[in-house]
Design a protein around this ligand. Structure first.
Ligand code: SAM
Length: 216
C-alpha cells in the first residue's frame, strides 16, 4: 500500500471515530505526514501514534492533531499561533484549514527543529506558516491578537502572555500538568473560561512561563 492509500485509510478511520468535520478530515487526508518524520520512521507515518523527530521531541499522533483542530473550531482566514512547531506537521494541517487568507505563526525553542520545519513546510508550499525560533511561553506579540492559539507541549499553567495575545472571543487549547496532564480549552470573553477536555500525554513546555529545563 502506498503512502496516499495509507493516509486516506487513516483519515477515514479518524473521521468515523472522532466524528471529524469535513475541513479537519480534508486537511488530515491532504498533508503528507511521512514527509515530516525522519526517514527511518516513514513506514509508520500513518500509524496513529507519536513518533520521534530528534532532540528528545515527537511529532504528535494524528488523532491528537485532529482533536485539537476540532476543539479550536478553526475557520478559513483565521490567524493562529502555535507554540511548539516540532517538525511542522500540525502547523501544516492548521494551514490547510485556515487557507491562503489565514496565517499560522509557529514558535519552536530548538533551532534545529525550527529549521527542519521551515524546510518541510516550504518544500510543500505552505507560505502561510511563519516559523520563529524562541520561547513560545512568551507568545509572539508582534502579530497579536490571534483568533486561536494552541500549545503542543504541556505547561504548568496557562501562560499569561498567551491570554493577553488571544483576541476577545478567541479560543486556546493547551495541555497542563507534568506527570499527569489534562487538555484544556480556554475561551476569552469578558473573563477567561477554562474547560477540561481529558487526559493527554505531551512533552513538556520549557521557558519563562513553562517548566524549568533541567539541562539549562
Ligand atoms: N507541533 C508538533 C507536530 O507537528 O507534531 C509537535 C511538537 S512536540 C509534541 C512539542 C514541541 O514543543 C517540541 O518540538 C519542543 O521543542 C517544543 N517546545 C517546548 N517548549 C517550548 C517553548 N517554550 N517554546 C517553543 N517550543 C517549545
Amino acid at each position: 500500500m502506498d503512502y496516499e492509500d495509507k493516509r486516506l485509510k487513516l483519515a477515514e478511520r479518524l473521521k468515523e471515530e472522532l466524528n471529524l468535520s469535513d475541513r479537519v478530515y480534508n486537511a488530515i487526508k491532504k498533508v503528507p505526514r511521512h514527509l515530516f518524520v525522519p526517514e527511518r520512521y516513514r513506514s509508520e507515518a500513518y500509524v496513529d501514534t507519536p513518533l520521534p523527530i530528534g532532540y528528545g521531541q515527537t511529532i504528535s499522533a494524528p488523532h491528537m492533531v485532529a482533536i485539537m483542530c476540532e476543539l479550536l473550531d478553526l475557520k478559513e482566514g483565521e490567524k493562529v499561533l502555535e507554540i511548539g512547531t516540532g517538525c511542522g506537521y500540525h502547523a501544516a494541517v492548521t494551514a490547510e484549514i485556515v487557507g491562503k487568507n489565514g496565517l499560522v505563526v509557529s514558535i519552536e525553542r530548538i533551532p534545529e527543529l525550527a529549521e527542519m520545519a521551515k524546510q518541510n513546510l516550504s518544500a510543500l508550499g505552505y507560505d502561510n506558516v511563519h516559523v520563529i525560533v524562541g520561547d513560545g511561553s512568551l507568545g509572539y506579540a508582534e502579530k497579536a491578537p490571534y483568533d486561536k492559539i494552541y500549545v503542543t507541549a504541556s505547561a504548568p499553567d496557562v501562560p499569561k502572555p498567551l491570554i493577553e495575545q488571544l483576541r476577545t472571543g478567541g479560543k486556546m487549547v493547551i495541555p497542563l500538568g507534568e506527570s499527569y496532564q489534562t487538555l484544556y480549552i480556554v475561551e476569552k470573553e469578558d473573563g477567561i473560561i477554562r474547560k477540561s477536555w481529558g487526559a493527554v500525554r505531551f512533552v513538556l513546555l520549557y521557558g519563562k512561563h513553562g517548566f524549568r529545563n533541567p539541562e539549562e
